[in-house]
Design a protein around this ligand. Sequence first.
Ligand SMILES: NC(=O)c1ccc[n+]([C@@H]2O[C@H](COP(=O)([O-])OP(=O)(O)OC[C@H]3O[C@@H](n4cnc5c(N)ncnc54)[C@H](OP(=O)(O)O)[C@@H]3O)[C@@H](O)[C@H]2O)c1
Length: 330
Amino acid sequence: MKLDVQPRIYIAGHNGMVGSAIVRHLISRGIDAQYIITRNREELDLTSQSDVRNFFEATKPDQVYLAAAKVGGIHANNTWPADFIYDNLMIEANVIESAFRSGVKKLLFLGSSCIYPRLAAQPMTESALLTGPLEPTNEPYAIAKIAGIKLCESYNRQYGHSHGIDYRSVMPTNLFGPGDNYHPENSHVLPALIGRFHKAKVEQLPTVTLWGTGQAKREFLYVDDMASASVHVMNFSADLYAQNTSPMQSHINVGSGSDISITDVAQLIQKIVGYQGHIVYDTSKPDGAPRKWMDSEKLQRLGWRPAFSLLEGLQMAYDDFLKHPTLRNK
Ligand SMILES: NC(=O)c1ccc[n+]([C@@H]2O[C@H](COP(=O)([O-])OP(=O)(O)OC[C@H]3O[C@@H](n4cnc5c(N)ncnc54)[C@H](OP(=O)(O)O)[C@@H]3O)[C@@H](O)[C@H]2O)c1
């Protein structure tokens, strides 16, 4: 029997952008670092069923934040579709099953807004899940993320009463901030833009080229806000969770509440970086979906709001980018 009063919390993916923000957030809320359990990939490959099972049996955490995943932009998803579906399915299945077997009562799974159909009505509500075809470029990743939600729900439905487990899911919008991936080809749109404007400033390039028309709209959330939302959803009461979800539709959207065009966000980044050149458009490249915006009304009703504006978040992200020279060459 454990004598600890504080729960022992395992953060899967603690070196990643979101996992590291969750660690920061928990520590800022007064959780003693000795109660936070982490393993890097060399110590524990989450795609290995036996290693994950042994880890959970040996450490027996009380809570799990599942923020480990194979993550990337369109190019990476298109180039390595097998890795995106296999790694993510294995990580989720191994962690959720081993957590259950070792007695973990509370787990939070991080999904993604790409679980929603390509043509879902905007803003996308939680009920849009499984109502239409997915975006083909990241379908394997999205299918794995949907499987993660359904794993949590199925374990709750089968074992919730008998074992007192409560496994929840959150679906983040596009995230950015410290620890982001700035690879010129494999990164998401916002870090890619930060990297390109910075390079253009340093090399005094006359123009920065944006793909598409710049009119597509996207939603962005600063990663520390995502961390606070994750901890919020993990900790509100089971009654409140049950009142606001259903056993087979239990995921909760996490977004900033508003979206912005690619041109407008590029201009904000241009200003923050201090780039004096011009933005031009390569309209031979696709815009992607005209709009991707999550309905986060449910989470707001449950008492969470983001703390940082997009401008504040972008400034902090760029400050962090400048502090870590190796990021710029990844
Ligand atoms: N970034 C976004 O915009 C965004 C948007 C929506 C949802 N999400 C979701 O949020 C979660 C976290 O994303 P992120 O942006 O923090 O990603 P990230 O920075 O790439 O971090 C992912 C972490 O998972 C670890 N990992 C991957 N495969 C592993 C394996 N086989 N064994 C052990 N560890 C492994 C990575 O370890 P290494 O450090 O060793 O690679 C890394 O620390 C993911 O579930 C993602 O789908 C992210």
